[in-house]
Design a protein around this ligand. Structure first.
Ligand SMILES: Nc1ncnc2c1ncn2[C@@H]1O[C@H](COP(=O)(O)OP(=O)(O)OP(=O)(O)O)[C@@H](O)[C@H]1O
Length: 426
């Protein structure tokens, strides 16, 4: 079933113009047999992981995700097959040296309890022989990157940190020597849902800046959809059932196993794929403090609208007034409605929908930089966006999809596709 290689267009996060610092990874027909086990934990897996992308490994418990991940930095030695970083075959190089080129993040950060935050972060740079000053500067830079104030946190011990803070330090430590590859094993598994969401957002921000190659194991399919440029869905023996963009997996699951794995609400999950700044916002009539109520009402008539958005001197929305409310006002005042349904333009459509539903307004006000008002998003816009995303995913071009199979080496796959002019499965 995984013999088919499909190639949609690579619809990862919008390009930011930052240089890719990640390395590509190739697992070439890699197998792991544990002693005493009848079946291999990973069976002949060939998988390309493109440079600068986030690849999420998902699948049922025991299917071989962690074994696959740990073979990349050779915490687990493959029984057969090759691992190639960029052009460099690293299958037989010294494991310790390899691990200095690959950051590794585990649940709860995996910090050494008897070392301070700074010492934890500086471990690899110290092994690499960096000077004290260079390490200290790097520690502070990384603490800033993961949104922790260096002066407050650098001398703390792990037990003096919250779960989310420990996890951030784990990420900072993995990035210390600026490795091209970051491996993450259930990195956000041990924190509460809200902290988890925040850490995921932070990881996306960091990735936008650094463009590492990130391979991440998760049990949480929603997390895979949110973070992944590509998602690899495995079944037992690390058999690749589908290796594709989140959009394509949601719109066109390869088979019933994937459908079951995605679970219900594929349409709603698609909402996490689109951000508010990707959809067209509706215009609104904007009123300033001090405007005459009657003037604002005639502007509403002209525009054919029923609501006006009141903004303060920095264009931040403070009220959303109906015709009725306006008709009672001589002039617009500076009251601030604490319950305004507001979303930032980087929020997902899912967040926007939540805001609309909670406010029962059927719409939300969108703000951009420095919380300035940008426009209105309504339920119809969100619904249209889902339909459009679904159609796009179904008809997307299939260029750039990385190879993922369990039936041959990359060379064999390429030779086969060259002989027919394209990759198989098309
Ligand atoms: N050290 C080991 N010795 C023997 N068998 C092992 C060892 N480690 C893992 N296995 C087996 O290999 C298979 C794959 O394990 P692996 O940990 O890679 O799965 P996983 O998909 O990461 O699972 P989970 O989601 O439960 O963490 C399982 O059947 C497991 O029991």
């Amino acid at each position: 079933m995984s013999e088919t290689i499909q190639k949609p267009d690579n619809t990862g996060p919008a390009s930011t113009g930052n240089a890719v610092t990640g390395a590509s990874i190739l697992l070439d027909k890699v197998t792991k047999r544990y002693p005493g086990q009848e079946k291999p934990a990973v069976d002949g897996l060939t998988m390309e992981i493109p440079a600068g992308k986030i690849v999420m490994l998902v699948g049922p418990s025991g299917c071989g995700k962690t074994t696959t991940l740990k073979m990349i930095n050779r915490l687990i030695e493959p029984t057969e097959g090759r691992i190639v970083l960029d052009e460099d075959d690293v299958t037989d190089i010294d494991g310790d040296a390899l691990r200095r080129r690959i950051g590794y993040v585990i649940q709860a950060g995996g910090l050494f309890p008897h070392m301070t935050v700074a010492t934890n972060i500086g471990i690899v740079p110290k092994m690499l022989g960096w000077s004290k000053e260079k390490i200290a500067a790097r520690v502070d830079e990384l603490l800033e990157l993961v949104s922790l104030d260096p002066a407050t946190y650098r001398d703390r011990f792990p037990k003096e940190l919250s779960g989310g803070q420990q996890q951030r330090i784990g990420v900072a430590r993995a990035l210390a020597a600026d490795p091209p590859v970051l491996l993450m094993d259930e990195p956000f598994g041990a924190v509460d849902p809200i902290t988890r969401q925040r850490l995921q957002d932070e990881l996306l921000n960091i990735q936008e800046e650094l463009q590492k190659t990130i391979v991440c194991v998760t049990h949480d399919f929603d997390e895979a959809v949110k973070l992944g440029d590509w998602i690899a869905i495995f079944t037992e023996g690390a058999q690749l059932v589908q290796y594709d963009t989140p959009e394509r997996i949601l719109a066109d699951p390869a088979n019933e196993f994937v459908e079951n794995f995605i679970g219900s609400g594929a349409g709603l999950k698609q909402l996490t794929l689109t951000r508010v700044n990707e959809v067209e916002l509706a215009d609104a009539v904007v009123a300033n403090i001090g405007d005459l109520g009657s003037d604002v009402l005639s502007r509403l008539d002209e525009a054919g609208h029923d609501h006006a958005v009141v903004v303060d001197s920095r264009r931040r929305p403070i009220q959303w007034l109906t015709r009725r409310q306006l008709s009672r006002l001589e002039r617009v005042n500076d009251d601030v409605d604490a319950k305004l349904p507001v979303v930032g333009d980087r929020a997902t459509l899912n967040d926007a929908l939540d805001t609309m539903l909670v406010s029962s307004a059927g719409a939300a006000l969108v703000t951009g930089r420095r919380d300035a008002f940008l426009g209105v998003i309504d339920v119809e816009t969100v619904m249209d966006a889902i339909t459009r995303a679904h159609k796009q995913a179904m008809t997307a071009h299939s260029d750039g999809r990385p190879v993922g199979i369990n039936t041959g080496t990359l060379d064999a796959v390429q030779a086969q596709s060259a002989s027919v002019g394209e990759r198989p499965g098309e």
